[in-house]
Design a protein around this ligand. Structure first.
Ligand code: NAD
Length: 492
């Protein structure tokens, strides 16, 4: 039997026009998991055209909201049905542990159900003009054709945070997963097809940004690009879209501070710092990579972090004993290693980790151990740049003001944490931090009904919550005069 086609355009599964393919690698052992289609610009242009036709010429954008909500619920049901299989695919493709993959599937089921409910609640409003003969309504309509581009670290989760509200709003779309980890998105699109989403409403393109990026972004046929990925790519996407005045919603990286005051509950603070930075081997946009700790407890705190970091069991994500998996690829591990060399050259003090494991059990997998650098300061690149690996930097503060200034001294602004037993201080600090999410005595949690997004170079979009739906909507003002009279301006 031949290889299954991996592009979905206008309701038909097919191969790339020129037959190009890409090997998908299992980061746990370096083996080839499968071979997928590698789309070319012509495929991407066709996918955009299919989405354009479905938006302009089909009844999809006017589908009654109850029908669209039922489709979202159906997709959620199918995800529940295939939970095991999709989680396994996600683990094989990304390296993350199976436990994390289950959490991701459960999260996106909740997101589809949340937007199914939200779609049925009208946000239209009546405006009081003071004139009883006028009915002034502000209504929401689907924005049109959307290009949805996702990164490799949370492939299923990130694409569903876009697809669910886009479908709820009545948009049509072209979905592009990362070429490094496309497999869960292909499985998802098969479920969306099975759920009965009409042909052309959702189209799937697999391929590298270099190959298909321009066809998806430098075009007048697209109304919105929703992009999650690195800041440099976000800039390239914005540039390509600018001549067409296409809206661009960016969800970019982070260098997220975790502020720990001396009065914080010790055990939960240690636990949260460790989990916040080393979960998924640090390949999390909101990873708490910058520990900013009160000087009076810093030495003891770092000593305990060292013990805890060294006890983390990393290994194959399918092995239930593994607490975290490999990095996504050997190329990415080399990038992380270059940051370790940089930190040392900048004068940071290596506390633990820093070298790839030599134990043969890790074979050709792209593993890297939890790594901690102490005595860091804000002038260092290791403190300012996103490494996207299991690297924690430690800085010390003395006063609350200093802690806030340090937490805000970043070009990013995605997420931050503050740990203290003093509720008034927690509130002051949370308000002062210029980040899109602030966790007080918690870290790394999100929920479908609360907005997610960044300040500064972490992006300009919002996902989840009502704002996550509004990104896929246009606002229209409809003014009705119920008693038309001559205005008479030019009468005399
Ligand atoms: P990346 O920027 O390399 O790639 C992201 C996506 O963009 C991929 O699908 C890629 O193929 C595509 N792409 C690349 N060049 C393109 C171009 N010129 N035009 C159009 N598309 C192009 O990012 P990555 O390495 O896959 O992901 C890691 C980054 O994502 C990190 O910076 C991380 O912080 C960020 N991220 C942010 C969030 C968030 O919610 N803010 C969530 C997850 C990941």
């Amino acid at each position: 039997m031949g290889r299954e086609p991996g592009l979905y355009i206008g309701g038909t599964w097919r191969h790339a026009a020129n037959g190009a393919t890409r090997d998908i690698i299992n980061p746990a052992d370096g083996t080839i998991l499968t071979i997928v289609d590698e789309a070319q610009p012509t495929d991407a242009t066709e996918a955009v055209a299919a989405a354009r036709t479905a938006f302009d010429s089909s009844s999809w954008p006017q589908t009654p909201v109850n029908q669209r909500a039922a489709l979202l619920d159906r997709i959620a049901e199918l995800l529940v049905r295939d939970r095991e299989e999709i989680a396994r695919i996600e683990t094989l493709d990304t390296g993350k542990t199976l436990r994390e993959s289950y959490i991701d599937v459960d999260d996106v089921v909740a997101v589809f159900r949340y937007y199914a409910r939200l779609a049925t609640i009208s946000s239209d409003r009546l405006v009081d003009t003071g004139d009883p003969t006028i009915v002034s309504r502000v209504i929401s309509e689907p924005i049109g054709v959307c290009v949805l581009i996702a990164p490799w670290n949370y492939p299923l989760l990130q694409i569903c945070w876009k697809i669910a509200p886009a479908l709820a709003a009545g948009c049509t779309m072209v979905v592009k997963p990362s070429e490094v980890t496309p497999l869960s998105t292909v499985a998802l699109v098969r479920l969306i097809d099975e759920a009965g989403v009409p042909a052309g409403v959702l189209n799937l393109i697999q391929g590298s940004g270099a190959a298909v990026g321009a066809a998806l972004t430098d075009t007048a046929d697209v109304d919105l690009i929703s992009f999650t990925g690195g800041a440099a790519t976000g800039v390239a996407v914005s540039r390509a879209a600018a001549p067409h005045i296409t809206r661009v919603a960016l969800e970019l990286g982070g260098k997220n501070p975790h502020l720990v005051f001396a009065d914080a509950d010790w055990n939960s603070a240690i636990d949260a710092v460790i989990t916040g930075v080393f979960l998924h081997s640090g390949q999390v946009c909101s990873a708490g990579t910058r520990l900013i700790v009160e000087r009076s407890i810093a030495d003891a705190f770092v000593a305990e972090l060292k013990t805890r970091a060294e006890a983390i069991r990393f290994g194959d994500g399918l092995d239930p004993r593994s607490q975290t998996g490999p990095l996504v690829s050997t190329a990415h591990r080399e990038k992380v290693e270059s940051y370790v060399r940089l930190a040392i050259s900048e004068g940071a003090v290596l506390v633990t980790g820093g070298q790839r494991p030599t134990d043969p059990q890790f074979g050709a997998g792209s593993y890297f151990p939890p790594t901690i650098f102490d005595h860091c300061d804000r002038s260092m690149r290791i403190v300012q740049e996103e490494t996207f690996g299991p690297i924690l930097t430690v800085e010390r503060f003395t006063t609350e003001r200093q802690a806030i200034d340090m937490g805000n001294d970043t070009s990013y602004g995605l997420a931050a944490g503050v740990r203290t037993a003093d509720p008034a201080r927690a509130e002051r600090v949370a308000r002062a931090l210029r980040h899109g999410t602030v966790w007080i005595n918690d870290f790394g949690i999100y929920t479908p009904a609360a907005e997610w997004g960044g300040f500064g170079r972490s992006g300009n979009g919002r996902e989840l919550g009502p704002a996550g739906l509004a990104e896929y909507q246009e606002t229209k003002h409809v003014w009705t005069n119920t008693s038309p009279q001559e205005v008479g301006w030019f009468a005399d």
